[in-house]
Every structure is written in C-alpha cells, then in structure tokens.
Design a binder for this molecule. Structure first.
Ligand SMILES: C[S@@+](CC[C@H](N)C(=O)[O-])C[C@H]1O[C@@H](n2cnc3c(N)ncnc32)[C@H](O)[C@@H]1O
Length: 303
C-alpha cells in the first residue's frame, strides 16, 4: 500500500514557500513533493532506509536538481546540510515513525499481521541489533522493562516470561502468536494485543527516542531566524519528548522555581507556534486512518 502523507496542509502553511527545507524523514517523498509543489526552491531529503530512498528517487525525479537525497540518519542532518553548503535553512520537517511501505513489506518484520523475519531495522544495512536478537537474548526482566517503557504494556512481566519460555523466535507470527495466546483479544479492544510489544521492539531496535532527543536541538540550531521546525509524532512517548524539548527551548529561564534569582543564563531560542498540537480532521482520518494518532508541533526560531 502506498504511503499517504499526513497533515500536509498545516505543514505547508508553515514551511512553504521557502528557499531551503530539510525533510529529515523523506520516506517515499510525499511531504517533499508537496513542499516542492508549494514553492520551496530546494529540499534536502534524508532517510536511513535505502528502500524508501529508491521510491523517493522515482517520485521526485521530475523535480531534478531541486531535490538532494541523502542516505543517513536525521541525527546527522547538520553534516548533510554542510555538504550542500547550507549553513542554515528556512524549515525542517520530521515525520517520525515508520511508513506504510515498511509496515506492508512482511520481510522487514514490522507487522504482526504478516509473517516475516523479526528484523525491524529502518536501515537493514546497519549493524544494529534486530528484534530477533533482542527477544532471543534479553533476560525476562529486561524484556519486561522494554515492553513497559517503550510500549506502555501493562502485562509486560507476564508477556516477557512467556516469550522467554518459548524461545527462539525467527518470525513475526511466531512472536505475535505467543502474545495472542496470552492476551486474548476482546471485541471491545481497539488494538491487537501484540501492538504494544511490536512498538516497543521497533523503538528499541532503532533507538528512536534517543534519536528524537538528539535531533531536535540540532534542528533548532540549523534554522535561520524566523525558520520553522515541524514535527509529526504518532505516539505519546515521542510527543512528550517533542513537547518538552520545544518548551525548554522556548523558555527564557530554566532555573528551579525555588531559586530566588535567575542564574541559568538560558535564553529562549524559539517561539511555540502551536501550544496544542495540530491533529487530523475527520475527513483526513476517513481518507487515511493512520492520521488518527498524528500530532504536529511547530516552533519558530527567534533572532
Ligand atoms: C512516517 S515515514 C515518513 C513518510 C514521508 N513523510 C512521506 O511523505 O512519504 C518515516 C520515515 O522516517 C524514516 N526514519 C526513521 N528514523 C529515522 C532516522 N533516525 N533518520 C532518518 N530517517 C528515519 C523511516 O525510515 C521512514 O521512511
């Protein structure tokens, strides 16, 4: 299934038109295509997944030299911008998480509904550990912590114990089946019982939360005064990080409330454009159910 980009109109409202924009999560190039169509002169598109870049190259071929594509982690966006001689940019977009192509390619191992190898690396060429390595080698208590911390899974201990008893696993269905047996699905449940465990494994494999924490200060630093950073997140763990880092950078003082005078010498580097996140309307959710959990937050760089 083709990936449908989310919240395109609000994203364009703040990032276009412009001279130079970085799309740190290029995917199949849907957002970048919209940016180029809305009058952005040049886009640097970065993705760590080589398969996504192949698709983006095809989608964006008509735009020729206005698009620069880089196979890298968005964490390294400063280096990629420097390669183009870009010291600062007008806008940066991060559309976090995984794409529909990744979920719908069984051999990538992201989906519990398809059978595929338990991989889950966004960049299969990297030497990061795979989901199989984690479930087959971590002690039960570490697995439980991981499911709780990254999946907010309430049955984390019980699930981890059963997973350890059923080792080894090589495929997504083998792992999902253990969870399905343990946590039977009730009609009223909105999500499949393996959803949280799969989310936790994906976050751990790709070190996703650390990547978000590390890229946001870099991205803010790369913006020219008046430039905007737009971040779309798909779950509360990511959104919390985005919200807190944006808030921290928007404050003029970060001293503890009990401090009698300010000693932090911290100055706001951004203005919060969105106090509450922008979410998809009913029409968009109808067209693209994946947009239901999307939250868009935007900051503007101060001079
Ligand atoms: C939701 S998709 C983006 C879809 C894209 N906006 C579009 O319109 O097609 C997220 C993309 O981010 C990529 N990604 C995840 N973590 C990354 C990282 N640390 N560095 C670069 N790309 C990353 C994934 O490989 C995936 O292609």
């Amino acid at each position: 299934m083709q990936h449908i980009p989310v919240l395109v109109d609000p994203m364009l409202e703040y990032l276009a038109p412009a001279k130079r924009v970085i799309d740190g999560t290029l995917g199949a190039g849907g957002h970048t295509k919209a940016l180029l169509g809305a009058g952005v002169d040049e886009v640097l598109g970065i993705d760590c997944d080589p398969a996504a870049l192949e698709l983006a190259r095809t989608t964006l071929a008509p735009y020729g030299g206005r698009v620069h594509i880089a196979h890298n982690s968005y964490v390294n966006m400063r280096d990629e911008a420097a390669r183009l001689g870009w010291g600062s940019v007008d806008g940066i977009l991060l559309d976090l998480g995984m794409s529909s192509m990744q979920v719908n390619t069984p051999e990538r191992g992201f989906a519990f509904m398809h059978d595929g190898s338990l991989d889950m690396r966004f960049n299969p060429q990297s030497n990061q550990r795979t989901a199989a390595e984690i479930v087959n080698t971590y002690p039960a208590d570490e697995l439980a912590d991981l499911f709780y911390k990254y999946g907010e899974e309430r049955n984390s201990r019980r699930i981890a114990r059963h997973i350890v008893e059923g080792r080894p696993y090589t495929t997504t269905r083998q792992l999902a089946a253990v969870i399905e047996r343990l946590v039977p699905r009730h009609k009223r449940d909105k999500i499949h019982p393996a959803t949280r465990v799969f989310q936790a494994l994906r976050i751990a494999v790709n070190d996703e939360l650390d990547a978000v924490e590390s890229v946001l200060p870099t991205a803010i630093d790369l913006l020219r005064p008046g430039g905007k950073l737009a971040v779309v997140s798909f779950h509360s763990l990511e959104d919390r990080i985005v919200k807190q880092i944006f808030k921290h950078h928007a404050m003029d003082c970060v001293c503890p409330p009990e401090a009698p005078v300010c000693v932090c010498d911290h100055h706001a580097s951004v203005r919060l454009v969105t106090r509450k996140p922008i979410v998809a309307d009913a029409d968009e959710i109808d067209r693209n159910p994946r947009s239901r959990s999307a939250k868009l937050r935007i900051v503007e760089k101060l001079s």
